[in-house]
Design a protein around this ligand. Structure first.
Ligand SMILES: [Mg+2]
Length: 347
């Protein structure tokens, strides 16, 4: 490991801070003590983030890896209409990993955590013999019985997606195409050629602060620094708009299939309405993953705003009784929608 376990833990403890009211005890005891707000259910989600599967050191700067692995969990909490409380981070690190990588990883992780008032309340550290592994658990809460599930879409509901789709997968595709002979960079602060050029990164250093979050919706930022849609989840909760919801982590076709399977319904998408990101195409918008937008259903009579928290909300289809997934261009008869989520790094 880059520094001793004890040093690393005290470093993380210092950076993590003491947190908010729901945290009775964070890092520093055998177990964290959390107290969810009265009358709330706990939401718990966990994700592996494996080098070579979920990120590549030659492509992803360390702070982006830290950001992404927390964003995945926060997005799951957003998809339940919940509020995040705490995160637990377990890291397995190779012995020869530079300390700078770990510092940058934590910087990315904690910057996102602070922005959403999430306390890093514990975790574990071990030495890895094969690549970096980060296991992130996020704990949140929702008013008792009010978490929005995948299983409650109803026949006749309309289907909505937030933001634009396919930008993350488009960036990944460009990286694959550019990288005939990927080479590892030492500190991962700069994305090496030819990748930087390929995605229009120019010669600039990774400076996430330069790009306001509202503008990070269409290009490589969506891949490297995805924004969990907690504000949209909150709005939908407060206005009781969503009947079912999932976050778009595996791709529209796959995630819509999850809603339909769990709800025992079918769906038809209008392909003309799907909000395709500028750098993507219909195929990537349908099947590319890691957009971390929200996919939800609402009653036909619901008064859905065209924008929530500055992010467009687009009606893209409807729920059907017949348990089939279809897509229509509104000219010819609807076709079967293939369920084909993006399998990252498998090429
Ligand atoms: Mg999810």
């Amino acid at each position: 490991m880059p520094s001793s376990e004890k040093t690393l833990i005290s470093r993380i403890r210092k950076l993590a801070g003491s947190g908010k009211r729901s945290i009775i005890k964070g890092i520093g005891d055998d177990s964290a003590i959390l107290r969810p707000p009265a009358g709330h259910d706990l939401l718990v989600t966990t994700d592996f983030n494996l080098e070579g599967t979920h990120f590549r050191r030659e492509w992803h700067p360390a702070d982006s890896v830290g950001h992404r692995c927390l964003a995945r969990g926060l997005s799951d909490i957003a998809a339940m209409c919940g509020e995040p409380i705490a995160a637990l981070l377990s890291l397995a690190l190779p012995a020869d990993l530079p300390q700078k990588w770990v510092d940058d990883f934590l910087r990315g992780f904690l910057a996102l955590a602070n922005r959403f008032d999430v306390t890093l309340a514990g975790g574990d550290i071990a030495e890895s013999r094969s690549g970096i592994l980060a296991d992130v658990m996020v704990i949140g809460s929702a008013r008792k019985g009010k978490a929005i599930q995948r299983s409650t879409a109803r026949v006749g509901d309309m289907i909505y997606a937030t933001g634009t789709l396919g930008a993350s997968a488009a960036t990944l595709r460009t990286l694959f195409e550019a990288g005939k002979a990927p080479k590892r960079v030492r500190h991962n602060e700069r994305l090496p050629h030819p990748y930087r050029e390929a995605i229009g990164w120019e010669n600039q250093k990774f400076q996430t602060k330069r790009v306001p979050h509202s503008e990070r919706s269409e290009g490589w930022e969506r891949h490297f620094y995805p924004e969990p849609r907690l504000a949209i989840g909150r709005y939908l909760r407060e206005h009781r708009l969503a009947t079912s919801m999932i976050d778009l982590s595996d791709g529209l076709s796959t995630d819509l299939a999850h809603i339909c399977e769990e709800s025992g319904v079918g769906a038809t998408l209008n392909q003309n309405l799907i909000p395709i990101a500028r750098n993507a195409d219909l195929d990537l918008a349908l099947h590319g993953g890691e957009d971390y937008e929200l996919l939800f259903t609402a009653r036909k009579s619901a008064k859905m705003p065209v924008e929530i928290a500055g992010i467009p909300v687009t009606e893209i289809g409807w729920i059907t009784r017949e348990k089939k997934l279809l897509i229509t261009d509104c000219k010819s008869s609807p076709k079967k929608l293939k369920v084909r989520g993006w399998e990252h790094f498998k090429k």
